[in-house]
Design a protein around this ligand. Structure first.
Ligand code: GLN
Ligand code: ZN
Length: 769
């Protein structure tokens, strides 16, 4: 084996850094620009300051090679669409008139043009704007921004590496545009797209870039032989260009599998490979193909998408193994640090004994630097850092926060029976019919009602001490009273309390459950200018007191109609949080499920006849590789059943999912054994009803008839037509009538009108006049 790396030269690098600035300056500047309060010039200056501050922070931490082009005003996939000139026809005039306004119009829509569709970036909680392509798409290169940002970093005297979304991933993330036949495969445009990448690469070379990184995370998903051939062809073509920088093809989020030999054989100078989580299998993969002789390997050993301090000794051991497998080994975080908060040291509310277990972007950068130094100069050169790291890890492993014997004993005692209702569905259904006495096609909502500005400012007032708890709770009670009265007046059958007390469906529970940590400044970009602060699952989870019983019982006291208890399910509680890396996800899910089981029992004891446990994230948390999905679905559905199966047969368990594309998880939906499921369906014309019917789904379902993603009020005829569509698939006794999702983002006037129409539509379909 000639591929023996020279350890002395290991460099530290990252692929991307949080974009928002330490106090979300970017959010304020962009939203200010939209509102006309901030000029374009001021926006550009704020952005440039954030980029400079980020690069300085990276350089001061000791990073040798900083990324450029990872910054974005909104989304890096949208930036790529601009770079390759693939602006959809309906936005071209706006982009031509003013590139910045046109850019935001593509992201957010304008008076006369709908925005691009938004969807999740692989299995993260970041959302990108989906490129729309068709047979007529003409690509043209625009490297202005890439070249300018590279130049900015160079002016600071830094070694910089531009980072681009790779051509294969770009096309695999795209979908056919609105006027394009559904069968069109964007990947068929590869030959047209590559010359554009060639031009951008030449421009970056001319600007002085030695290396350019092309991100190809789509290659860690299951890919067909044709797709792998396309990837091979793409990197053969780009590799054979004469006027280009050295190419580093990066992948992350999972193992490369069959794509690894394809990339290894391509004439590019380097691969950046993830070695964390399920991607740890890349180590064996690399060994099996004899390594990457003659190539640079950038080893993503520090987990770039979770918040824990790295096990530095373990990473050094991985790096040492890799030394034998490539020409040169450099060190990185596994993916862009976009997916983690900026800086642990900004958190003053976290117990220092726990904060020492955490690493956000800034801390991860230092870990990467320490590992590069250790790899280059031996462990002796980083002995102090290793000793401190050992102490952090030991304190975490031994802490009563992470290990609660009572929780562990309870988890260990779970049996198959813990996760099973006492009676099969037909008997439960009969008992529930007797108890609830609902009409056919019963109407309900998904839980939340508008989170008005008044509610949000009441919460802000409470936090700032401007009002006391009693005053805040009075406002919540008033809101619940109004929401219940409204639902009675409109004539809904199963009511909700409206969730006015919940800041967020995960955070609300995380704040009350032992084992969860919440942050003050741990913002992570969800999409555009929307940032979330995911809670952190830090220790064994338990519930010290009921979390929702008070407001649910209050709502029930106001009406004779059934009020649904409303909880967030175990999988969603994990998927929208940072999870533990020191035990299997399944174990954490089981702990959360048992805590929820207690809450379900308390709700039932307090008189709730209907309890909904939301699992909107069940589908989106699917592992990227098909081979990992059965195991995931097994523990995920078991966790749901643990949470919900302790109830009496005549207590009706509901669940809810959104974000369409359920076709591939109908079996898992069945495995939840919920009595009723509500699903998003309005925009797909009730297709899910057909999917449930053809599967033979035996229980009740409410495919949404009201698309809550837009302010549009659907009329009665439209919803009645959807219901009739639903009735072709499901009988009236098993078909519910509800919106697609919660109403928290909507305004009252449209909610009122839409729900009036929804109830009228249900009545009309029940007994046609
Ligand atoms: N019960 C929640 C609500 O209505 C469900 C939200 C969701 O599915 N994302 O807001
Ligand atoms: Zn939903």
């Amino acid at each position: 084996m000639t591929a023996k790396a020279t350890a002395a030269a290991a460099r530290a690098t990252v692929y991307g850094y949080p974009r928002q600035g330490p106090n979300r300056e970017l959010k304020r500047a962009v939203e200010g620009y939209w509102a006309g309060r901030v000029t374009a010039g001021a926006l550009h200056r704020t952005a440039a300051e954030i980029r400079r501050a980020n690069w300085r922070q990276l350089a001061e931490a000791g990073v040798h090679e900083v990324p450029t082009g990872d910054f974005s005003y909104y989304d890096h996939v949208l930036d790529t669409t601009v770079m390759v000139g693939a602006v959809p026809r309906r936005h071209r005039a706006a982009v031509a008139a003013d590139p910045l306004d046109g850019y935001f119009a593509m992201a957010r829509g304008s008076q006369d043009a709908a925005p691009l569709e938004m969807t999740k970036w692989f299995d993260t909680n970041y959302h990108y704007l989906v490129p729309e392509l068709g047979p007529d798409t003409v690509f043209t290169a625009d490297s202005t921004r890439q070249v300018a940002e590279f130049a900015e970093a160079r002016e600071l005297g830094l070694t910089a590496r531009p980072v681009l979304v790779g051509p294969v991933t770009y096309l695999l993330l795209a979908k056919p545009g609105p006027d394009v036949a559904a069968g069109f495969a964007p990947l068929s445009l590869l030959d047209r797209l590559l010359p554009v990448y060639a031009e951008v690469l030449a421009d970056l070379r001319a600007a002085g870039a030695e290396w350019v990184q092309l991100d190809e995370p789509a290659l860690v998903q299951d890919r067909s032989p044709a797709e792998l051939d396309a990837a091979a062809a793409a990197y053969r073509m780009l590799g054979e260009l004469s006027d280009r920088p050295k190419l580093l093809v990066a992948s992350y989020f999972d193992r490369l599998g069959e794509a690894l030999p394809v990339l290894a054989a391509s004439p590019v100078e380097g691969l950046a490979v993830d070695f964390t989580g399920p991607a740890a299998a890349n180590l064996d993969g690399l060994a099996a193909i004899g390594g990457l002789p003659g190539k640079r390997l950038v080893a993503g050993v520090v987990d770039g998408r979770n918040v824990w301090v790295d096990n530095l000794e373990k990473s050094l051991a991985t790096l040492a193994t890799l030394l034998g497998l490539a020409d040169r080994v450099d060190v990185a975080a596994s993916c862009s640090l976009l997916h983690v908060p900026l800086d642990v040291s900004a958190e003053h509310g976290i117990d220092p004994q726990i904060a020492r277990w955490l690493a956000f972007a800034r801390q991860k950068t230092r870990e990467v630097v320490v590992l590069a130094r250790g790899l280059s100069h031996g462990t002796g050169a980083v002995a102090g850092e290793l000793a401190a790291n050992r102490a952090h890890l030991a304190s975490r492993a031994a802490s009563p926060v992470t290990r609660d014997p009572a929780v562990r004993a309870r988890c260990a005692a779970v049996t198959e029976a813990t996760a099973r209702r006492t009676q099969p569905y037909p008997e439960r259904a009969a008992a529930q019919r007797d108890r609830l006495k609902l009409p056919p096609l019963p109407t309900t909502t998904i839980g939340s009602f508008p989170q008005t500005a008044e509610l949000r400012s009441a919460r802000a007032d409470l936090r700032a001490g401007r009002i006391d708890t009693a005053a805040y709770e009075q406002r919540i009670a008033d809101e619940i009273r109004a929401v219940v009265a409204f639902q009675e007046e409109v004539g809904l059958d199963v009511l909700v309390h409206g969730e006015p007390e919940r800041n967020d469906m995960v955070q609300y529970f995380a704040e009350q459950l032992t084992g969860y940590l919440t942050t003050q400044h741990g913002w992570v970009q969800s999409y555009g200018t929307r940032y979330v602060r995911p809670p952190i699952l830090v220790g064994d989870v338990s519930r010290s007191a009921p979390m929702t019983v008070r407001w649910t019982t209050y709502a029930q006291s106001l009406t004779d109609r059934p009020v649904k208890g409303m909880l967030t399910g175990p999988v969603t509680m994990l998927a929208w949080s940072f999870v533990r890396d020191d035990q299997p996800l399944a174990e954490t899910a089981r702990q959360v499920a048992l805590a929820l089981r207690d809450e379900v029992a308390d709700l039932e004891a307090a008189g709730a006849a209907v309890i909904q446990v939301d699992e909107p994230a069940l589908r989106e948390a699917l592992p990227l590789r098909g081979a990992d999905r059965p195991a995931y679905l097994a523990w995920a559905t078991e966790a749901f059943r643990i949470a919900t199966s302790a109830v009496r047969p005549d207590t009706q368990i509901h669940t809810h999912m959104c974000y369409a594309e359920f076709g591939d998880v109908v079996e898992a939906i069945d495995a939840l054994d919920a009595d009723v499921i509500s699903l998003e369906a309005a925009r797909s014309h009730m297709r899910i009803a057909d999917e449930l019917a053809s599967y033979g789904y035996p229980r009740e379902a409410g495919p949404g008839v009201y698309d809550i993603h837009s302010p549009r009020v659907p009329d009665t005829a439209e919803m009645a037509a959807l219901l009739r569509r639903g009735l072709e698939a499901l009988p009236a006794e098993r078909l519910w009538v509800n919106p697609d999702c919660g109403l928290k983002t909507r305004d009252w006037p449209e909610v009122r009108a839409s729900l009036e129409n929804l109830v009228t539509a249900a009545r009309e379909v029940r007994s046609p006049s």
